[in-house]
Design a protein around this ligand. Structure first.
Ligand code: SAM
Length: 277
């Protein structure tokens, strides 16, 4: 019997993958968690039926949510990741030579365990000497820190369940306060094709608090529409300026040229962030 998994990216559209085996299927205290081994993308982590990461294309998202801030900030020493329980963003953070500490705050320890069990290339970050993995609500965690982090990355699920508050202006204000006076915030802000409301909510919220607010894009095959956005709030530095790039072969999507090109937005995306769409 053939086995397929479908992520419904909108009520009218899905991504369907042929499955070799189901590796985990559980209800955690926060969400439904599944790990399947797919023919096309290798192992895939899904939360509440939404694709979080896959072995074959995880590098795009994890390089692009981290390198833009880490390479435009002159001294990204103390970095906070909210969400990111698969470990991929933390792997990129602790690999960066200028980073002294990467703190990951993930609300669901079953996600961390699933990464350890099935995604060793991502979970390797959890035991890095520069890493600190905290199981907590990121909303609460940022309220407990002031003038503390150089970079904060919000690698959250879609604005549902425990992630709803992570897209609020109140949360962005608390992030602003948790950042040092020259800090940078990056949030994953969903698809320009299917989620312009989420992009407008994130962009407007961040722009109401940060002096510099920009959006950049990346192509991610397993995310809805294949085009993904990230919104940057910066207290001082222009996130388009590349100060430094790791010169190791591990980077497969990001480069200094991609860094600059990612901010070149198509007219329809410019209209979304201008609120004209
Ligand atoms: N790259 C994925 C994407 O773009 O959808 C996100 C990956 S990561 C698995 C998302 C994580 O955010 C999940 O593990 C989820 O448990 C976590 N999360 C959601 N709300 C949270 C909160 N309030 N505090 C900390 N982690 C949270």
């Amino acid at each position: 019997m053939e086995l397929w998994v479908t992520e419904y990216q909108t009520p009218f559209l899905g991504l369907t993958c042929k499955v070799k085996a189901t590796l985990r299927n559980e209800k955690t205290p926060f969400q439904h968690l599944a790990v399947v081994d797919t023919e096309q993308f290798g192992k895939m982590l899904l939360l509440d039926g939404m694709v979080m990461t896959t072995e074959s294309d995880e590098y795009v998202y994890h390089e692009m949510i981290t390198q833009i801030a880490l390479n435009s900030h002159p001294h990204p020493e103390n970095v906070l990741i909210i969400g990111g329980g698969d470990g991929g963003a933390l792997r990129e953070v602790v690999r960066h030579p200028k980073v002294k500490k990467g703190t990951l705050v993930e609300i669901d320890d079953r996600v961390v365990q699933a990464a350890r069990d099935f995604f060793p290339d991502l979970a390797c970050s959890f035991d890095d000497a520069k890493a600190d993995v905290v199981i907590d609500d990121g909303v609460k965690f940022v309220q407990e820190h002031e003038n503390f982090f150089d970079v904060i990355l919000v690698d959250s699920t879609e604005p549902v369940g425990p992630a709803v508050e992570l897209f609020s202006a109140n949360f962005y204000r608390n992030v602003y306060n948790a950042l040092k006076e020259d800090g940078i915030l990056v949030v994953q802000s969903e698809s320009p094709f299917y989620n312009k409301d989420v992009i407008q909510m994130a962009f407007k919220g961040i722009k109401s608090i940060f002096p510099i607010t920009k959006l950049y894009l990346a192509s991610i095959p397993t995310y809805p529409s294949g085009l993904w956005s990230f919104t940057v709030g910066s207290k001082k530095y222009d996130p388009e300026v590349v100060n430094y790039v790791r010169d190791d072969a591990e980077l497969k999507y990001y480069s200094a040229e991609v860094h600059k090109a990612a901010f070149k937005l198509p007219p329809f995306v410019k209209k979304i962030i201008a609120g004209d769409e």
